[in-house]
Design a protein around this ligand. Sequence first.
Ligand code: SAH
Length: 285
Amino acid sequence: MRARFGLPAFDAGWVWLAGAGPGDPGLLTLHAVHGLAEADAVVYDALVDDRILALAKPTAQLVFAGKRGGKPSPKQRDISDRLIELARDGKRVLRLKGGDPFVFGRGGEEALALVAAKIPFRVIPGVTAGTGGLAYAGIPVTHRDTNQAVTFITGHSAAGEVPDGLDWHAIGKGSPVIVLYMAMKHLGIIASRFIEAGRDAAEPVAVVSNASTPQQRVLETTLGAAAADVAAAQVEAPAIICIGEVVKLRQGLDWLGALTQGRTLDPDPLGTDHLVNPAFKDAVS
Ligand code: SAH
């Protein structure tokens, strides 16, 4: 594979910081598959699918660095130290993270620790849940008729609270489509902030849990009802949440539902008199 695609050699003492995508092994990059095949140590997070770890060499050391069973996750510093230690031991270290390592994945922090320790590294981007996970639910994050921008937000600060460094009002007013990571816990508060900012409580929302895995579930709801519906349906984490008119496109683009449940797809999901969020009507007319 390496020669065929001109992939780089994985040298001893290097760390490859790679994204594993949202779950489906088919969404791995060739670089990530190559890294898995060559690594002596794979340091992985909770969101990395077992089918992906199964691609590692049988002799590879698998090091779990995530949160499991409600126990606190290892400190970021400890994970970085472990990477440095393994690399200094002459190992080829694959640091494997769910989605993309640089999207709400603390990949930058780990990479900076490697820089400080003078450990050579490579970054392998991955398919992030906010685009790829939604695509598996039949939702394009942008669509010409509905939105010319999209905002990705974390619903969880380092302290576990609703992030306070964001201008929620401005985002609610200014971003036609909003994609929320890690937002299940605070969904009620977040939705009410957007409604206060003028978003319609009836605006469509999709909550996609375990996207691209066999456990994928999609809940379609509205901004006003999202938190209650998520609780009632007992939707599990990890889930990616999309707010905006693009959610309606699912009626036409739920290719996975068509494939697995024989869902009939509507070629005109927005309807002839479709309308973007009234707040953005002027911008597109
Ligand atoms: N680096 C990751 C994000 C890590 S933050 C990425 O690029 O996707 C963890 C959050 O990502 C979860 O709380 C959830 O919101 C989202 N997420 C990751 N994998 C997911 C999946 N398979 N299905 C739904 N959401 C997912």
